[in-house]
Design a protein around this ligand. Structure first.
Ligand SMILES: C[S@@+](CC[C@H](N)C(=O)[O-])C[C@H]1O[C@@H](n2cnc3c(N)ncnc32)[C@H](O)[C@@H]1O
Length: 275
């Protein structure tokens, strides 16, 4: 089968969702992890298997108004994530997760090598990025239009892999691919994180937790907030075993951000042995 045949066409466009509450939780945690995660050398190898376009233009009524646009200003505004995000909001833009993470990693590592994958033709057309991504020269970016689940299994020695599938049009297939790829990363002792939507049912995410011995930090929107009735009721960031101590050390910041999102924080763990 050729590489092109392996590409799964999906009708998913992240632009209308950019900066929504799910992005806030995801990107806040990625930036916080970038401040503490260990690398194997002076050049940090960061991978996103589902990277999306590098920058999104924000429409006046987009979902960002309920996400980054709704976070009250306060004492942690100078925290990495919020200060980067608010800088982009000034130009009505919101960057991809990897832009946040790479910028923060570049503060601690002499070099940052970013490996990006996405199957979408439209996303691929946005690489290499035409815009100034406000990144230091020590960050270099490689994009490939490939199935990220398969591509990361071929990559030698990433320091951190972030998996952010669309769970659309086939959420079940994404959960199955996550179990396969995360189990493979775990067997190579590679740190990974996964973002997922919470729609009231924890069965699929629990399987992933159980099979990979991960933990997850889930925020659930308050029932009166954010468009009651909408399917997504919250979201979670699952992290591999090696990142759990770092997440535990961030407890105060995580609770503070969940509060400001008007959400409740749940920490989930495996319920049975993985083997
Ligand atoms: C949720 S968006 C990514 C958002 C991005 N990670 C961020 O934080 O800004 C999901 C992306 O996955 C892409 N995609 C879907 N299936 C894929 C696959 N098998 N491999 C790689 N990318 C895929 C879609 O084209 C879409 O751009």
């Amino acid at each position: 089968m050729s590489d092109n045949e392996k590409i799964i066409a999906v009708a998913y466009n992240h632009s209308r969702k950019a900066g929504n509450p799910g992005d806030v939780w995801k990107h806040f945690i990625l930036v916080a992890l970038a401040d503490v995660v260990a690398g194997k050398s002076g050049t940090f190898q960061y991978v996103e298997t589902h990277c999306g376009a590098p920058v999104h233009r924000l429409a006046e009524t987009g979902e960002w108004t309920e996400g980054i646009g709704a976070i009250p200003k306060g004492s942690i505004d100078d925290s990495g994530y919020l200060s980067i995000a608010r800088d982009w909001l000034k130009t009505n833009q919101y960057p991809a997760g990897w832009v946040f993470t790479a910028r923060q990693l570049a503060r601690r590592f002499a070099g940052v090598q970013v490996h990006l994958f996405d199957t979408s033709r439209n996303v691929a057309a946005a690489y290499p990025p035409a815009e100034d991504l406000r990144l230091p020269g020590s960050v270099s970016v490689k994009f490939k239009r490939e199935n990220g689940y398969l591509a990361v299994e071929q990559l030698a020695g990433p320091d951190l892999v972030f998996l952010d599938p669309p769970f659309h049009p086939d959420a079940k297939a994404d959960w199955q691919s996550l179990v396969r790829t995360c189990s493979e990363l775990r067997s190579r002792q590679i740190n990974f994180a996964v973002w997922y939507p919470y729609e009231g049912d924890t069965a699929e995410s629990q399987v992933l937790l159980d099979k990979t011995d991960s933990n997850s930090w889930e925020v659930r929107w308050a029932s009166s907030g954010q468009r009651p009735g909408r399917r997504q009721k919250g979201c979670g960031m699952l992290v591999s075993e090696g990142l759990i101590p770092a997440m535990k050390a961030l407890e105060e910041e995580l609770t503070g951000m969940a509060d400001r999102m008007g959400a409740e924080l749940f920490i989930r763990q495996p319920v049975k042995q993985s083997r």
